[in-house]
Design a protein around this ligand. Structure first.
Ligand SMILES: [Zn+2]
Length: 314
């Protein structure tokens, strides 16, 4: 984790605490099926020659993402798209559709947000497709821990360093590249299992901390960490909490972050290919044990990496 104070914990302790997560996921699945079974958007591929926007899933949860696929009418191409306040960069697919990712931060205000897609024809005629997408509140599991005061409070010089690290990561994830580097599917940076889920709300000695900004993946020190897709390395930094940290820009406002690495194998500015080794897992920074903290940032807000893999992964 990069925002909180605590950078890792023993897997056994973790697993005990967030048993509720699986049940929550089942609940969401049922909810989606019950309430969003139809409507203006197509459930699967649109009928032949029809024009439409496909959303998967059909609504956004706080901290979640949604896959948008646009099928323009024959003779039309996508010119540009927007979701709420952000540009949405769509990638042309082999089947003639255009696909992209929209997301909502954990603090996104629930309500309906507008998605607009501008189309233009070969004859220069332009049209606009538009949908309202529901952003829904989501309650993430909680974890209550008793920790020593030392783990919660920092002396001023350390606090300054922590804040500077956070600013550097925010800056790295804020520049939106108008082109998309990724292609489908995304691959997991390490093939293992999730020790701690995204959004987990931690309380230290009863005090709420920042929710978990990524997923913790089981990885021993020295485990090879791979780029989940093509991109440009935009940050390599030794951070106080997240240790050796790498950020990759995948284009279109999408970034991935890797923390606690024992070794970094890439340099800032370098282009990386999907599957390329970017470093080795470790326990640098404030981590109680080796693991990979993997974060995903979309348009400056953290979203659930597990959902990226569910919708865009192999
Ligand atoms: Zn973490």
């Amino acid at each position: 984790m990069t925002k909180g104070v605590f950078s890792g914990m023993k897997p056994a302790m973790m697993m005990k605490k967030f048993k509720g997560a699986g049940r929550a996921a089942v609940g969401i699945f049922l909810f989606l099926n019950l309430f969003f079974g139809g409507g203006a958007v197509f459930a699967s591929a649109p009928p032949e020659n029809a024009e439409g926007i496909i959303l998967e899933p059909k609504l956004l949860f706080q901290g979640g993402i949604c896959r948008v696929t646009v099928y323009p009418q024959e003779g039309y191409k996508v010119k540009s798209a927007r979701f709420a306040a952000n540009p949405l960069i769509l990638k042309k697919m082999a089947d003639g559709g255009y696909t992209g990712i929209i997301g909502a931060g954990l603090k996104e205000r629930p309500g309906r947000k507008r998605l607009t897609v501008k189309l233009f024809s070969d004859q220069g005629v332009s049209r606009v497709l538009s949908r309202k997408i529901l952003v829904k509140q989501k309650k993430y599991p909680e974890e209550h821990l008793k920790v020593s005061k030392k783990m919660v409070e920092f002396p001023p010089p350390i606090l300054r360093r922590v804040l500077a690290d956070q600013q550097a990561v925010r800056n790295a994830c804020s520049r939106v590249t108008s082109m998309i580097y990724w292609d489908l599917p995304f691959i997991w940076p390490v093939n293992s299992r999730i020790l701690s889920p995204f959004g987990l709300h931690r309380f230290f000695n009863g005090q709420p901390r920042s929710p978990h900004s990524g997923v913790d993946l089981r990885a021993r020190t020295g485990t090879v960490i791979k780029a989940p897709n093509h991109g440009r390395v935009v940050l390599v930094r030794d951070c106080y909490l997240s240790g050796n940290t790498v950020v990759i820009d995948h284009g279109g406002g999408l970034f991935t972050l890797y923390a606690h690495l024992s070794q970094v194998g890439v340099k800032k500015g370098e282009m990386v290919k999907k599957g390329e080794v970017i470093g080795l897992a470790g326990a640098t920074g404030r981590a109680t044990g080796p693991h990979l903290h993997w974060g995903v940032s979309l348009n400056g807000v953290r979203v659930d990496p597990a959902m990226l893999m569910e919708l865009f992964g192999s």
